[in-house]
Design a protein around this ligand. Structure first.
Ligand SMILES: Cc1cc2nc3c(=O)[nH]c(=O)nc-3n(C[C@H](O)[C@H](O)[C@H](O)COP(=O)(O)O)c2cc1C
Length: 178
C-alpha cells in the first residue's frame, strides 16, 4: 500500500483537503497528514485523523508520542508528498530552506516527489515575492500547480483559488501510478 503524505497549511481552502484525504483512503492509499499550527485554526486534527485512519502529526516536540525522528520516518515512508493547500507563508519558507515546524522539516527531508497546490487571495498570489518563490521551487524540482480562477473566499474574483478537490486527487493518483 502506497503512502501519500498530505501537508495541510493555514488557508481557508483546507476544508477541501478533507475530501482529498477521504478519497485517497477509499482508493486504497495509506494517508498520513501533517498539519501546521495555523491549519488547526481552520480544521481540527481529529477530522483528518478520522478521515485518514491515522494519527495526525502536528508537533515537532510532542512529548507524548516521542516524535524524535518522525519527520525522517514520514519522509522515507512517503511515495508522494502533497502540500494542499499551500499558503504563501509555507511556499516562502520551503523556497528559502526554512524548517521550523513539522511540515517544513519533513519537506526538507523528502526524497519523494513533492506536489504543491498554492491557494491564497489573488493579491497575495500575484505578489512578485510569492511568484519568485514559486519559480525557485520549480527550479529545484518541486511540482507547483497552477491555481484556478474564480470567486475567492473573501469575495474577490481572480487567481489564487484551489482547484476542485477531484482534480487534485486525479493529479495525485497520476503521480502515484508513474
Ligand atoms: C480567515 C483566514 C484565511 C486565510 N487564508 C489564507 C489563504 O488562503 N492562503 C494563505 O496563504 N494564507 C491565508 N491566511 C493567512 C495564513 O493563515 C498565515 O499566513 C499563516 O501564518 C500561515 O501559516 P502556515 O503556512 O504555517 O500554515 C488566512 C488567514 C485567515 C485569518
Amino acid at each position: 500500500m502506497k503512502t501519500v503524505l498530505i501537508g495541510v497549511t493555514g488557508g481557508i481552502a483546507c476544508y477541501k483537503s478533507i475530501e482529498i484525504v477521504n478519497q485517497l483512503r477509499k482508493d486504497g492509499y495509506n494517508v498520513e497528514v501533517i498539519m501546521t499550527r495555523s491549519a488547526q485554526e481552520f480544521v481540527t486534527p481529529l477530522t483528518f485523523q478520522t478521515m485518514s485512519g491515522n494519527q495526525v502529526v502536528t508537533d515537532m516536540f510532542d512529548p507524548v508520542h516521542k516524535w524524535d525522528t518522525k519527520h525522517i520516518e514520514l519522509a522515507k515512508k512517503a511515495a508522494l508528498f502533497v502540500i494542499v493547500p499551500a499558503t504563501a507563508n509555507v511556499i516562502g519558507k520551503i523556497a528559502n530552506g526554512i524548517a521550523d515546524d513539522m511540515l517544513t522539516t519533513t519537506v526538507m527531508a523528502a526524497r519523494s516527489p513533492v506536489l504543491i497546490f498554492p491557494a491564497m487571495n489573488s493579491y497575495m498570489y500575484e505578489n512578485p515575492i510569492v511568484q519568485e518563490n514559486i519559480e525557485k521551487l520549480k527550479k529545484y524540482g518541486y511540482h507547483v500547480f497552477k491555481t484556478a480562477s474564480g470567486e475567492l473566499a473573501c469575495g474577490d474574483i481572480g487567481s489564487g483559488k484551489l482547484p476542485d478537490w477531484q482534480e487534485i486527487v486525479k493529479e495525485i493518483e497520476k503521480f502515484c501510478n508513474k
